[in-house]
Design a protein around this ligand. Structure first.
Ligand code: ADP
Ligand code: MG
Length: 391
């Protein structure tokens, strides 16, 4: 017996049928004697009536500018609707429940509308309701500023709500329910046979999440590590154990392959080597602060499309030629820090060259490496690396 936070994503609360599955998990935890705090996302995806993007589209229909504060206010409604619906489902089963907005749940954030950070949680109201024996259903993805304006937390915001609430409430576990049975070595949408991983460390999960494995948001995993709160990522739609994320790392040599698409790359060529000072400048320009290198030692950084001019001026300053490569993807492979990264890289490089996938540049590190390839070869690249280690 203890306190459990359960978070249910958009696909889990999407339909009456899926909400019944959600209800099953909540009631089960309650029957086991736990105090239960539920965090819900908005229902479904763009086009579904109360999905976040559908609500934003309502503001877009007039064609002009949108006030970010107003946009956050309307965006927060999707999760509030989900919370009210789920609380009502629970009460209909004779279990006491209470729906709350992020504001009522005591979540204080910065004023960065659309991408606010949680500063602090005042958990008293939730604790009071738990003491009354109620299941508390909190609207995810939102909070309020010092001035009581409503904010939203950006992509994956409900994951962060769940973890941070868990941290402040000293929960024993945060369960992140989604549409797949845990974290797989790679996105099961790309590789349907991808193996699900029973256990992963915070660090492994953060690298995967920061490089495109959208199953859990990196901010949430970082918060979990800070609070020393264990996470279990699992499916709403089956009874499997899912993936436990905690201090212990996985048993796999390669524990993840993730993909991020649609980058612009700036490739710098220079006769002389770059001094440390220049390397720092290049690094500052890259969106992920990483400098990739090709076999000839040319340096490449991933930039935002709108930073092309800045990349050009930097080339002048560095006495270098810059070439822009559009539609690039980054494939990141996470592995044990005890294995020889050079050996892993050699195996990956030879598998990719055998399949005629050119790597434009790469960065090899102690526990992960990233490969820059063209968008149209990215999925094939993931599949080839998966095959190299899991067949
Ligand atoms: P939710 O709405 O529940 O938050 P998301 O769509 O944000 O769900 O995350 C779940 C999705 O993450 C899965 O459907 C899957 O396609 C994708 N995904 C990407 N990488 C991975 C991975 N390594 N393991 C599992 N799922 C992954
Ligand atoms: Mg998500």
């Amino acid at each position: 017996m203890g306190l459990i936070v359960q978070k249910f994503g958009g696909t889990s609360v999407k339909s009456a049928e899926s909400r019944k599955a959600v209800l099953g998990h909540i009631l089960k935890a309650k029957e086991q004697g736990h105090d239960v705090v539920v965090v819900v996302s908005a229902m479904g995806r763009r086009g579904d009536p109360y999905a976040t993007d559908t609500l934003i589209d309502l503001l877009r229909e007039q064609g002009g500018k949108i006030n970010p504060k107003t946009q956050d206010l309307i965006m927060s409604c999707g999760e509030i609707i989900s919370a009210c619906v789920m609380a009502t489902y629970i009460e209909a089963q004779g279990v006491k429940a209470e729906a709350m907005t992020g504001f009522q749940a005591g979540i204080l954030t910065t004023e960065d509308f659309g991408n606010a950070d949680i500063i602090k949680v005042y958990p008293e109201q939730i604790m009071e309701k738990l003491k009354e024996g109620k299941v508390v259903v909190v609207a995810g993805f939102q909070g309020r500023t010092e001035k009581n304006d409503i904010t939203t937390l950006g992509r994956g915001g409900s994951d962060t709500t769940a973890v941070v609430l868990g941290g402040y409430l000293k929960a024993d576990l945060a369960e992140i329910y989604t549409d797949v049975p845990g974290i797989a070595v790679t996105d099961p949408r790309l590789v349907p046979e991808a193996q699900f991983i029973p256990r992963l460390s915070y660090e492994e999960t953060i690298i995967l999440a920061e490089n495109g494995a959208k199953v859990i948001h990196p901010r949430a995993v970082k918060a979990a590590r800070e609070f020393d709160l264990k996470l279990r990522i699992k499916s709403t739609f089956d009874e499997s154990e899912g993936t436990l994320v905690g201090p212990e790392r996985s048993d796999l040599i390669v524990s993840g392959i993730s993909l991020t698409r649609d980058f612009t790359a700036a490739r710098y060529e220079r006769e002389k080597t770059f001094s440390d000072d220049y390397v720092k400048k290049l690094q500052g320009l890259g969106i992920d602060k990483v400098i990739y290198e090709d076999d000839a030692g040319q340096k490449l950084v991933l930039i935002n499309e709108e930073d092309k001019d800045a990349a050009g001026s930097l080339a002048n300053e560095l006495n270098a030629e810059v070439t822009f490569l559009e539609s690039m993807s980054k494939v990141t492979v996470v592995y044990k820090d005890t294995v020889c990264s050079k050996a892993v890289d050699e195996k990956i490089a030879s598998s990719l060259s055998q399949q005629d996938i050119p790597v434009l540049a790469k960065k090899v590190q102690t526990n992960f490496s990233s490969y820059i390839v063209k968008n149209d070869l990215a999925e094939k690249c993931v599949k080839v690396i998966y095959k190299a280690y899991f067949n």
